[in-house]
Design a binder for this molecule. Structure first.
Ligand SMILES: Cc1cc2nc3c(=O)[nH]c(=O)nc-3n(C[C@H](O)[C@H](O)[C@H](O)COP(=O)(O)O)c2cc1C
Length: 166
């Protein structure tokens, strides 16, 4: 099984998750690259795409990448986000991600929290309407942690089983 783990990461959280995802893929034909360095997506059985949630959405670079996937490409999305796991903000970003990759076959998604850089939190704290979310973001400190990475590895195994069955 030929597998690509492509990811975008600004402050290292998604990169850390991508490493765990990559390690959990049991295949000798696997590659991992920052999304900016992927020249062409061709001939992969599964493409894992990792991104940090930005403004409840998928960063532009990741959107451009997902839009260009070959018809019928099997994709599994993973993301890190400051907000609560399974919460509305994170789920909304996944809805966008699914919509963007219209040609793809989505096998599944995985999300966990990722610490938010202090500059972002400070900026949010100044604005009344963002205060609740800024407080939520603060509690993401320390993530992704070992428990998050362990969950991600188990998720990867499920995605590979699914890819084989399709
Ligand atoms: C510009 C910007 C916007 C963000 N917007 C959101 C958001 O809407 N929801 C959320 O849960 N986290 C948001 N975050 C937090 C990041 O998703 C989180 O810190 C993530 O783990 C960063 O991943 P990275 O280290 O791979 O860049 C934002 C971070 C930045 C820098």
């Amino acid at each position: 099984m030929k597998v690509l783990v492509a990811y975008f990461s600004e402050t290292g959280n998604t990169e850390k998750l991508a490493k765990a995802v990559f390690e959990a893929v049991e295949s000798s034909k696997k590659e991992t690259l920052p999304i900016q360095e992927v020249a062409e997506v061709d001939g992969y059985d599964v493409v894992f795409i990792g991104f940090p949630v930005h403004a409840h959405n998928v960063p532009g670079k990741v959107e451009a990448f997902a839009k260009k996937l070959p018809e019928g490409q099997k994709v599994a999305y993973f993301a890190t986000h400051g907000s609560m796991r399974g919460g509305e903000l994170a789920v909304t970003a996944f809805y966008h991600a699914l919509n963007i990759a219209k040609n793809a076959v989505i096998l599944g998604t995985f999300g966990c929290r990722g610490k938010v850089k202090q500059k972002i939190i400070d900026g949010l704290m100044e604005k009344h309407e963002h205060r609740a979310w800024a407080e939520e973001a603060q509690s993401a400190a320390g993530h992704p942690d070992e428990a998050d990475l362990e969950d991600a590895r188990a998720w990867v195994e499920r995605m590979i089983v699914k890819a084989r069955a399709r």
